[in-house]
Write a new protein. Structure first.
Length: 303
């Protein structure tokens, strides 16, 4: 059982996609001022910043100035049924010259090297969204990708996706990770995708706590799961139909003590001031842990 202090001081982070209208460098300030301890790294945004003349040292300086850690880096995709060689921060292959094995490996190692330099242990790995095949093959590919990441001190967080034809639930992600059997291979639980894919809170009891590497917090609009859009229909935790509180309670009961990252894709939020948006995200996440602590105190008193 989690110690009460872990509930009072969770490791909360904010994904910069939540602050869509905000410039790359401004996201660090707003994230820190809202009280978050960590920030997510969208590698495509970082690369764009470098291409415009920015430097790695500048970004590392912001982390130091604002007292932030890089909680997660996104993302690797299209590795499943493609020999375990992923695209970095791109969701679909185009078949161009930049997708040769040599180019893919070069880009992957550059990404992993930056994660190591940022001391970021968690990298998101997205499963196939179109292809299907044998789970044993997917497990071998995931294991191979884990082996490539290990020298950099990086853990691969398999993010089951509600729209994936195979890895759409916590149960299916757990099965793949267990088959791969790598110490640096685990699961990312995104509460929006958890709901979209039809996972059950009871499924959390069936995964070894040490296999849960990362958690992302978001709620969902009141729509049929099949109609939800992960890039448009996210709400602040506690403001939608996802049992976010029950998921948090279950994870805490299982002993999860890693990062909790608020990730909100919603074009409507682009009209909200970034500082206010970050503060609201922090308040909604903090309330989950306040409620969990209160519930445990009540349960203890009744006992």
């Amino acid at each position: 059982m989690s110690h009460p202090s872990a509930l009072l001081h969770p490791d909360l982070a904010l994904s910069p996609v939540t602050l869509a209208p905000c410039a790359f460098e401004q996201a660090f300030k707003h994230t820190a001022h809202a009280g978050f301890k960590g920030i997510g790294l969208r590698y495509d945004q970082f690369e764009q910043y470098l291409a415009q003349g920015g430097t790695f040292d500048e970004v590392r300086g912001w982390l130091s100035e604002y007292g932030l850690h890089v909680a997660e880096a996104a993302f690797l995709a299209e590795w499943q049924y493609h020999g375990g060689l992923p695209l970095v921060s791109r969701r679909q292959r185009g078949g161009g010259a930049d997708e040769t094995r040599e180019r893919l490996l070069h880009r992957l190692h550059a990404f992993l090297r930056h994660c190591e330099q940022f001391e970021c242990a968690n990298v998101t790995a997205v499963p196939a969204l179109r292809e299907t095949g044998e789970l044993a093959v997917a497990a071998e590919e995931f294991a191979s990708l884990c082996d490539l990441a290990r020298p950099y001190g990086v853990r691969l967080c398999l993010e089951f996706m509600g729209t994936s034809p195979e890895i759409s639930t916590l149960a299916s992600a757990t099965e793949l990770v267990n088959l791969a059997n790598r110490a640096n291979g685990g699961v990312l639980i995104d509460t929006f995708l958890f709901h979209q894919g039809g996972s059950l809170v009871s499924d959390i009891e069936r995964i070894a706590p040490e296999r849960i590497f990362n958690v992302q917090l978001a709620d969902a609009k009141d729509k049929p799961a099949a109609q939800l859009d992960m890039l448009a229909d996210r709400l602040f935790p506690g403001e939608g139909v996802v049992p976010v509180q029950a998921i948090v309670n279950a994870l805490l009961a299982r002993g999860y003590d890693g990062w909790w990252t608020v990730e909100l894709f919603n074009p409507d939020f682009a009209r909200i001031d970034p500082a206010s948006l970050a503060a609201r995200a922090a308040a909604s996440a903090t309330a989950l842990f306040d409620n969990s602590l209160t519930g445990r105190r009540i349960a203890g008193a009744r006992a």
